[in-house]
Design a binder for this molecule. Structure first.
Ligand code: AMP
Length: 211
């Protein structure tokens, strides 16, 4: 079963994808995470993608397609996946239709002000990648529970946040319309604590016989 999670940056889609991956026993594939790994390892692909990721812009399709198709060859995705961060525009949507069937699309919605608050407060562990938020979590000495230093993603500064939200509005929202027409879209109100949002998603999936 293939499930896509969509939503503006900071909607909590990454966190919810992680929960769902454990609950449904399906691997999570996060394009943003894959890009950050490639950049950290300084691979050829990472070098090509870096300027876009740092600015909060979508990486061009050619590069994204190579990364995605290469990753999907991994046997762990055979029985399905939770796809987080793809598709984000019409050309990616067209590619998706060619390479994968989609069972459900979960759209996590939150108001713009909440997005900005969440993103500007987000910190990630430089060692294990765990997410924290200075507004909601009790963080000690800016350290992760693994001991790693917490850092701010370069694309979580105001200019890049604005850029990413504009990109979402212009490029991602039109594909939401396509998924709505296909009857696969499940809208979730994301302005609630993590566990509550997770319960809302599970309830909607259970209504459709998935648990
Ligand atoms: P995220 O962690 O989902 O916020 O993604 C971080 C960054 O990775 C984005 O701002 C883009 O630069 C890049 N990225 C993630 N998903 C995609 C995608 N589907 N297409 C192109 N670039 C992407």
């Amino acid at each position: 079963m293939n499930i896509i999670i969509l939503g503006p940056q900071g909607s909590g889609k990454g966190t919810q994808a992680k929960y769902l991956s454990e609950e449904l026993n399906l691997p999570r594939l996060s394009l943003g995470q894959l890009y950050r790994e490639q950049i950290k390892k300084s691979t050829d692909l990472g070098k090509k993608a870096e300027e876009y990721v740092l600015k909060g812009e979508l990486v061009p399709l050619k590069i994204t397609k190579d990364l995605l198709i290469n990753e999907l060859n991994n046997a762990k995705y055979k029985k399905g996946l939770i796809l987080d961060g793809f598709p984000r525009n019409m050309e990616q949507y067209k590619l998706l239709k060619k390479i994968m069937t989609v069972d459900y699309v979960i759209l996590i919605e939150i108001p713009k002000q909440e997005t900005i608050k969440r993103l500007s407060g987000r910190r990630i562990c430089s060692v294990c990648g765990e997410n924290y938020n200075v507004h909601f979590d009790n963080i000690k000495d800016m350290k992760c529970k693994c001991g790693g230093k917490l850092i701010r993603r370069k694309d979580d500064y105001p200019k890049a946040i604005k850029e990413r939200l504009q990109t979402y509005k212009e490029e991602t929202l039109p594909i939401v319309d396509e998924f709505t027409k296909s009857g696969k879209l499940i809208k979730i109100n994301g302005k609630a604590p993590i566990k509550k949002v997770n319960n809302r998603i599970l309830t909607e999936l259970q209504k459709r016989g998935i648990n």
